[in-house]
Write a protein that binds this ligand. Structure first.
Ligand code: FES
Ligand code: FE2
Length: 389
């Protein structure tokens, strides 16, 4: 149980609650506790199936002190392993992605592993007393495919992702009609000097769309906010808005290209994966905010397009607009918040909760904070008054 004074947050109802205290966004002990209760035992999106098409193709996923590789075997199966040699603990792979030639060979003493993790060669161990290579295979990590993407979880006893996210795939399919036909296009990483929750808080409310920077107003012009809808479903939540009929999007004319959807659609899978579609773009985007420290986060954007038709000029324009305009404008907002939460002049604000849970309502931010708080405190809330008794 982890409910000292520092961690307490009084949460009763979104309508009247004060926001998560400012220290949650920089405190090193809280961050360490998040690593143990949220980051390590959760499902994380590593890559799409098309990023590891051939045997020996791998993608690496780093999460604080841990590193995991997802690799396709000679039998076509995709598996995940801790990225560590079983001889003396050397990290095996440094690059984010690549292709092993014949096997996975440790750079130190050349212990060599098959793509299924078995130790095949361990030089000069023939006469080693009591040594059995079968005991020294790579340590496997849970890997599951969900909607075409590979997710890993370092908790061997984790609930299967399809069960934990029950209903999420059905919810996203209408907005990602080509989900089974997409292929990897590009990945862009940004390191942002902000706590991972600041980035999520910003991503899951529409309140700032029409009120913050000029690029957000461009996005807002594509969406009919009367129909904007934000819904929480346990460990996943989505938010979507119907399109406005417009002639141009992302600085590009809409001239009859095919697109995934004309809706703005976003779905988040706890704790830090987002999949989204922008109006009129033939692209599915992923957005992972991977914590690097209490005040540092890796934002990783992936873009995926249907493989059965050529990428449209509008889709390219949308990806560039996201990478160079909307992303930086949101990062600018994230950095302002990160600096502000240290102020002696701020601790807790209010959630903008609308009784109808309409387009400006911040109920998803509250929902997300409640999940964080429940994870940190062992699944229970500790209203300050009750805890003090
Ligand atoms: S540490 Fe890998 S072979 Fe020695
Ligand atoms: Fe934003």
């Amino acid at each position: 149980m982890f409910a000292d004074k520092k961690t307490l947050w009084e949460t009763n109802r979104p309508e009247t609650d004060l926001t998560l205290p400012a220290r949650y966004y920089y405190d090193a002990d809280i961050f360490q506790r998040e690593a143990e209760t949220i980051f390590y035992p959760s499902w994380h999106c590593v890559c799409h199936d098309t990023e590891v098409p051939e045997p020996g193709d791998y993608v690496k996923f780093d999460l604080l002190t841990q590193s995991v590789i997802v690799v396709r075997g000679d039998d076509g199966q995709v598996r995940a392993f801790h990225n560590v040699c079983q001889h003396r603990g050397t990290q095996l792979v440094e690059d984010r992605r690549g292709r092993f030639k014949q096997a996975i060979t440790c750079p130190y003493h050349a212990w060599t592993y098959a793509f299924d993790g078995d130790l095949k060669i361990a030089p000069r161990t023939n006469a080693l007393e009591g040594f059995n290579a079968a005991d020294y295979g790579l340590k496997e990590v849970r890997a599951e495919n969900y909607g075409g993407f590979w997710y890993i979880n370092m908790d061997r006893n984790a609930t299967p992702i399809a069960e934990e996210m029950k209903g999420a795939l059905d919810a996203m399919r209408p907005y990602f009609p080509d989900l089974d036909d997409i292929t990897f296009v590009e990945e862009v990483d940004y390191v942002v000097d902000a706590n991972w929750k600041i980035i999520t808080d910003n991503a899951i409310e529409g309140y700032h769309f029409k009120l913050s920077g000029p690029v957000h107003k461009e996005l807002a012009a594509l969406i009919d906010f009367k129909g904007y809808d934000l819904q929480a479903h346990g460990h996943w939540w989505d938010f979507k808005g119907p399109p406005k009929k417009v002639k141009t999007a992302f600085g590009h004319p809409i001239t009859g290209e095919k697109y995934q959807t004309d809706w703005f659609y976003n779905i988040q899978l706890w704790p830090m994966t987002t999949l989204y579609a922008f109006p009129y773009a033939d692209v599915i985007g992923t957005f992972n905010s991977i914590p690097l420290g209490p005040e540092k986060t890796l934002l990783r954007f992936g873009h995926y397009c249907p493989k059965s038709r050529p990428q449209s000029a509008l889709s390219r324009a949308a990806m560039d607009w996201f990478n160079t305009q909307l992303g930086p404008e949101d990062i600018w907002l994230n950095l302002l918040v990160q600096r502000g939460v240290h102020s002696f002049g701020f601790d807790q604000g209010r959630y903008l909760i609308d009784p109808e849970r309409g387009p400006n309502s911040e109920h998803l931010v509250h929902h997300f904070h409640k999940l964080v708080y429940d994870a940190l405190t062992g699944g229970q809330s500790f209203p300050r008054k009750a805890a003090a008794e």
